[in-house]
Design a protein around this ligand. Structure first.
Ligand code: CO8
Length: 260
């Protein structure tokens, strides 16, 4: 597959995958999601001597500002649920990848962008990185596993607060909450991510793959939550609040929600 929105570079066995839609703050449109699926489900498995993958965003402003809201128009509950299910499955490919995948978060990681970072095994944030799940501003909920992984990473108390208030937090707070592993000066996120991969690369590869598999297994029992999220996301797509939220974003005005 030829990639339009992913730039891949391979150096010393580390693949750096850069999501490159800078004009839309690297928002995840369908094409980008399919490219991520191809990379983690196929292309990356064929790279000989791969030590790990760094995932980052093009430019200085955003890692990924979410799913592409311009694709939300007219989405009904069935299509919404299908979108969410497909996205969850792509993010499972990342979470279950046998080599370390490190997010180098260089700016906004919002909505699907925060969910993408959370699906990675480790997260390095630049000082200017900002995290949040602002979907309720659009009359939605996260659909790419955010309701599950945010709880896994930072606990129910703070996860519920962030999910319900749509508050956007900075890198230091994200580290205090356990959402990211390291905060580094802006511009050095990828270097730090590579350093972590090099540290892991000298360990026994099968043991590393088994660590990933076993840690993921800890959460498998709660997998029903992902199904609930898919259906709940679909339900939101049937509301007029969702139509209003998406339209308000695109028209650059505050949303007026009616609970319908
Ligand atoms: N989708 C599409 N375009 C976007 C997105 C996005 N998520 N985010 C930003 N853009 C575009 C803007 O529309 C703008 O385009 P243009 O220049 O053509 O007007 C350009 O990027 C620059 O953005 P802003 O002018 O808004 O830049 P600001 O610096 O003023 O603001 C923000 C930056 C705060 C990041 C702001 O852009 C913002 O709030 N973005 C949206 C964040 C958001 O709500 N993300 C969540 C989206 S929903 C989601 O991710 C659900 C995931 C599950 C999906 C399940 C299946 C469908």
């Amino acid at each position: 597959m030829t990639y339009e929105n992913l730039q891949i570079s391979l150096e010393d066995g580390i693949a750096v995958v850069t999501i490159s839609r800078e004009k839309a703050l690297n928002a995840l449109n369908t094409q980008t999601m399919l490219e991520l699926r191809d990379f983690f489900g196929d292309a990356a498995l064929k790279i000989e001597g791969l030590k790990g993958v760094v995932l980052t965003g093009a430019g200085e402003k955003a890692f990924v500002a979410g799913a592409d809201i311009t694709e939300f128009r007219g989405l009904d509950s069935q299509q919404g649920a299908e979108f969410a299910r497909r996205g969850q499955n792509i993010f499972f490919l990342i979470e279950r990848f046998h080599k370390p995948v490190v997010a180098a978060v260089n700016g906004f990681a919002l909505g699907g962008g925060c969910e993408l970072a959370m699906a990675c095994h480790l997260r390095v944030a630049g000082e200017k990185a900002r995290f949040g799940q602002p979907e309720v501003n659009l009359g939605l909920i996260p659909g790419y596993g955010g309701t599950q992984r945010l709880v896994q990473l930072i606990g129910k108390t703070k996860a519920l607060e962030l999910l319900m208030t749509a508050e956007i937090i900075g890198a230091d707070e994200a580290r205090q909450l356990g959402l990211v592993n390291y905060v580094v000066p802006s511009g050095s996120e990828t270097a730090k991510a590579k350093e972590l991969i090099e540290k892991i690369a000298v360990k026994a590869p099968i043991a590393i793959a088994k660590v990933i598999e076993s840690v993921n297994a800890y959460f498998e029992a709660a997998h029903g939550g992902y199904v609930t999220e898919v259906n709940a996301f679909g339900d939101c797509c049937d509301t007029s609040d969702f139509q209003e939220g998406a339209a308000a974003f695109l028209e650059k005005r505050p949303a007026q929600f009616r609970g319908k």
